[in-house]
Design a protein around this ligand. Structure first.
Ligand code: SF4
Length: 78
C-alpha cells in the first residue's frame, strides 16, 4: 500500500509534496507528480500539504481516480 497522486495534480504541480517527503520518493512525469509505491513509507505528509487535495492513500482513493494507481505503476515499471 502507498499514497497515490491523482490527475488533480496536473494543472497545479505545486511541488510542496517534494519538500515534505522524508524518503524523496516523488517524481515529475510529463504531466504530473507521481509517488514511487516501492519507496513510500505511508507517512501521509504529502497528503496534508497538497493545495488541490490530489493525494490519497491507495485505500481511500475515490473510484473515479483509480487510474492514478496505473499512472504510478506504469511510470515505475512495477
Ligand atoms: Fe512521501 Fe510520506 Fe507522501 Fe509517501 S506518504 S510519498 S513517504 S510524503
Amino acid at each position: 500500500m502507498a499514497y497515490v497522486i491523482t490527475n488533480l495534480c496536473k494543472d497545479e504541480k505545486a511541488a510542496i509534496c517534494l519538500d515534505v517527503c522524508p524518503v524523496d520518493c516523488i517524481d515529475l512525469t510529463d504531466t504530473q507528480y507521481v509517488i514511487n509505491p516501492s519507496l513510500c513509507i505511508d507517512c501521509g505528509a504529502c497528503e496534508l500539504v497538497c493545495p488541490v487535495e490530489a493525494i490519497f492513500h491507495e485505500e481511500d482513493l475515490p473510484a473515479e481516480h483509480e487510474s492514478a494507481i496505473l499512472i504510478a505503476t506504469n511510470y515505475y515499471g512495477s
